[in-house]
Ligand binder design. Structure first.
Ligand SMILES: Nc1ncnc2c1ncn2[C@@H]1O[C@H](COP(=O)(O)OP(=O)(O)OP(=O)(O)O)[C@@H](O)[C@H]1O
Ligand SMILES: [Mg+2]
Length: 590
């Protein structure tokens, strides 16, 4: 207590603590703060005075209490047992914490990310005498039914294998020892703010299939790409993130929830574990890890949580998995950053956000990508990042949205007026874009079906023309438009309903295979062409009977994965028949 070298708290401001003397401590090093043993991270150093951000409630903390550096940075233990877990921003499993402490976490509560007592059946693939280096496969354990977790040599490690264990092992028992005595376990620790190394970054020409028509068809994202989903209150950001978690073509999902409201996270927490994995019928949690923060958790833990989620995603990427990382919403992270910066009395940038906001965001997005993993056997992994952003008042000119728009490869902009009309996903197709479009088109043309690109171009043209005509019609009235133009208006509306809209709650249409997406677009356009040919031949638009064809197309849209292919031929016939069909009982014309 009386040791003059012990660092003491000099000042407490919210969750910021100043302590001295700390002459040896490093930036981002962790320290144990106060008698309650709170965890804090060094975020500023001036001489031997250190400023720490504390991850927990600092109520009751007093000046003079001790601060003890740990020599470690904010880390997470990576190994089997992560899948299915729900962690807080510091990597503590929430259900475990709740079991030991109830719903209100006491400060300084500790819980291991991975269960140290659990045994895993380790099947080695290396033998004594083998030279191994970072990323090399040592063996596997079955983490969840059907998922082989690859145990790899941790980054920065190399040597010759001396002994190999097999059979049931805990993460505290060496799986392999190297010639120099270094033990390698089923798990290892990693500093979350540091990107995990890869052998090579690869191109992004393979699409990350979402099962959502508007994304796959109009604004595709590449595997390893980054997407920003900005949208005001209630425009459908969370539903999009969850639909992707459920339906996107990914092996592993890491979901970071930074909710503004505690009850919103409670919803996610109660609903998510109930979701069934459409691939296996088992729980979606079998291939999901959730990192959860609510606004009642300290800002510093919220700030850290995005790095924790990113590190988890990189860890599975390194095993050769295709990982989708969802963050909902990144605005909450930026606000945490702003709060910490304000307490540090840093020079504020736009709207009080720190001037380094954009560069921090940029470095975060850069950790996504498709890569050749370190080590043998040769494998590629991908980390696709989808971030929701919630601009206050839905104003996209605010700094966080602007910074995200600059770094994201694709933007799915949500429009409150579409949400208001209950057109979902409420994606504004005029302001959304994807820079992965050209590179992913060859894949779609090959796998989605020939004519994909042509149909896409025509659909966009028709939507644009429809948009212009809508403005004209608003001025002169729809009756003043020619038949040809009124047909374009109607066809644009039909295609929006058929192709762009998709209910997340439909039992059969929540996910759309690329073949069905193309069939709907192609037939919707064919219907337009058939009707346009008839009106060009002098038949008045009112006299054309489009109802049968529209009904056939709606049935196609609402058909499930097994049923839709059987409806295509019938829909084609219904579309072709439009030319010969007239509205009954309207003899004599208008
Ligand atoms: N694809 C969809 N299909 C059907 N309904 C949808 C879809 N997307 C959104 N909705 C409807 O919109 C509501 C709001 O969506 P959501 O909660 O995802 O919005 P949000 O942008 O996350 O809102 P907040 O800003 O409050 O976080 C949903 O409860 C649902 O009724
Ligand atoms: Mg939401």
């Amino acid at each position: 207590m009386t040791d003059p070298r012990t660092a003491r708290i000099r000042r407490v401001t919210g969750t910021l603590v100043e302590a001295a003397p700390l002459p040896e401590v490093g930036l981002y090093e962790l320290a144990v703060v106060g008698h309650q043993r709170l965890l804090g991270e060094v975020i500023r150093l001036e001489g031997d005075l250190a400023t720490l951000q504390v991850y927990e409630d600092t109520n009751g903390l007093a000046t003079g209490e001790p601060v003890v550096p740990t020599g470690r940075s904010l880390e997470i233990e990576l190994g089997p047992g992560l899948l299915g877990s729900i962690l807080d921003g510091l990597g503590r499993p929430l259900p475990d914490l709740a079991r030991t402490h109830g719903d209100f976490l006491p400060a300084g509560a500790e819980a291991a990310t991975l269960d140290p007592a659990r045994r895993w059946d380790f099947t080695p693939v290396v033998a004594a005498g083998a030279a191994v280096s970072a990323g090399d496969l040592l063996g596997t354990v079955e983490e969840r039914p059907g998922f082989q977790h690859r145990i790899l040599v941790p980054p920065g490690t190399a040597g010759v294998v001396a002994t190999v264990a097999s059979g049931p092992l805990t993460i505290r028992e060496p799986a392999v020892t190297l010639g120099d005595g270094t033990p390698l376990y089923l798990s290892h620790r990693w500093r979350v703010r540091q990107p995990r190394p890869v052998a090579e970054r690869l191109g992004d020409d393979r699409p990350f299939l979402t099962g959502q028509r508007i994304f796959d068809f109009l604004f595709p994202v590449a595997e390893g790409g980054t997407v920003a989903v900005p949208g005001g209150f209630g425009t459908g950001k969370t539903v999009i993130e969850q639909s992707l978690a459920k339906w996107a073509d990914a092996d592993i999902i890491v979901y970071i929830g930074c909710g503004e409201r505690g009850n919103e996270m409670a919803e996610v927490l109660s609903e998510f574990p109930e979701l069934a994995d459409p691939r296996t019928g088992r729980s979606l949690m079998d291939r999901t890890i959730m990192v959860v923060n609510t606004s009642n958790m300290p800002v510093a833990a919220r700030e850290a949580s995005v790095y924790l989620g990113m590190t988890l995603a990189e860890y599975y990427r390194d095993q050769g998995c295709r990982v989708a990382l969802m963050a909902d919403s990144l605005s909450r992270w930026a606000e945490a950053l702003r709060e910490i910066s304000a307490r540090l009395a840093e020079m504020p940038g736009e709207e009080g956000y720190p001037t380094y906001l954009a560069s921090r965001l940029g470095t975060f997005y850069e950790r996504a990508g498709r890569v050749r993993c370190q080590g043998a056997p040769e494998r590629t992994g991908a980390l696709t990042l989808i971030t929701a952003i919630s601009p206050p008042g839905g104003d996209f000119s605010e700094p966080v949205t602007q910074a995200c728009l600059r770094v994201a490869g694709a933007v799915w902009a949500l429009d409150p007026s579409l949400a208001h009309q209950r057109h979902f996903p409420a994606v504004d197709w005029e302001t959304s874009y994807s820079e992965y479009l050209a590179r992913t088109q060859p894949w779609f043309e090959r796998e989605g079906g020939a004519g994909w690109g042509a149909a896409r171009r025509r659909l966009v043209e028709l939507l644009q023309r429809g948009r212009e005509l809508k403005e004209i019609a608003a001025l002169v009235g729809p009756d003043a438009l020619q038949d040809e133009d009124r047909l374009i208006l109607e066809s644009a509306r039909l295609l929006r309903e058929l192709v762009l809209a998709q209910s997340a709650y439909s039992a059969t249409d929540a996910s759309s295979p690329v073949g069905k997406t193309l069939a709907l677009a192609r037939l919707g356009l064919a219907l337009h062409d058939a009707a346009a040919a008839a009106t060009a031949a002098g038949r008045p638009l009112e006299r054309l009977d489009l109802t049968g064809a529209r009904r056939a197309l709606a049935a196609l849209r609402d058909a499930g994965p097994a049923d839709w292919p059987g409806l295509v031929a019938g829909a084609e016939v219904a579309v072709r028949e439009v030319a010969g069909r007239e509205v009954a009982g309207r003899e004599g014309g208008p």
